[in-house]
Design a protein around this ligand. Structure first.
Ligand code: 13P
Length: 251
């Protein structure tokens, strides 16, 4: 049985003070509750160190939203995996659709980042998903297959134990349009079958595959009760402690 993982991707929201307020509110809501899932928060880089101190002693785990694929060097404005490690980060979101579309990251770059993250003991959350145009052209599975195959190129079965995949249909991100539970389940099952073919049944059965795209307390239950949906990567709804907690409660 896979344990569900609910992660909050704060994106470019919350300065230091706002980050403190949000984490403290979430900590209060989670205190003394029996929670059936893992909870991750992914604040912006500038709040990671403070967030790491604030979550200490709680069930909340820490992730970053991106990193560079080199160890260090002349890469103005970039952040390395060892820098993330030094803040107390355990996870890192890689290949988010906003990175792919706005910052032109491709599957090869994302693969290099995945490898570097693993080398430094960070656990990648690899984001994949099709655009609306691709869904309408009925090439969703081809796109997802390419993102999985190139994104995980050179990753061993052993290393897969530390990887999460997040299926985030681009058309459902920040739009209020959620994939139906059936649409999401179909792609999740397909992703799991790709992993089984590439690795083995046991690797595919242990892999956590999150769904992301307009997840909120009202739709979390029907999505999370699908067989192959093992959690959520939440954007907008994680910026409010009550609504993020509302999703956590549904797992
Ligand atoms: P929304 O939940 O705001 O649609 O964002 C999803 C997302 O991009 C999480 O990474």
């Amino acid at each position: 049985m896979r344990r569900k993982v609910i992660a909050g991707n704060w994106k470019m929201h919350n300065d230091l003070k706002q980050s403190e307020v949000l984490i403290n509110s979430l900590k209060n809501l989670l205190k003394d509750k029996s929670i059936n899932c893992d909870v991750i928060v992914c604040p912006p880089f500038t709040s990671l160190t403070e967030a790491s101190k604030l979550i200490s002693g709680s069930i909340i785990k820490l992730g970053a939203q991106n990193m560079h694929f080199e160890d260090k060097g002349a890469f103005t404005g970039e952040i390395s995996s060892s820098m993330l490690k030094s803040t107390g980060c355990e996870f890192v979101i890689l290949g988010h659709s906003e990175r792919r579309t706005i910052f032109k990251e491709n599957d090869i770059i994302i693969n290099a980042k995945i490898k570097k993250a693993i080398e430094y003991g960070l656990k990648p959350i690899l984001c994949i998903g099709e655009t609306l145009e691709q869904r309408e052209k009925e090439v969703t599975k081809d796109i997802v297959k390419q993102q999985v195959e190139i994104g995980l190129e050179g990753i061993s079965a052993e290393q897969m134990k530390n990887i999460i995949i997040a299926y985030e249909p681009v058309w459902a991100i920040g739009t209020g349009k959620t994939a139906t539970p059936e649409q999401a389940q179909e792609v999740h099952q397909f992703i799991r079958s790709l992993i089984e073919t590439k690795y083995s049944k046991s690797v595919s059965e242990s892999l956590v595959i999150q769904y992301g795209g307009s997840v909120k307390p009202e739709n979390a239950n029907e999505l999370l009760s699908q067989k192959d949906i093992d959690g959520a990567l939440v954007g907008g709804a994680c910026l409010n402690a009550d609504s993020f907690y509302g999703i956590i409660k549904e797992s």
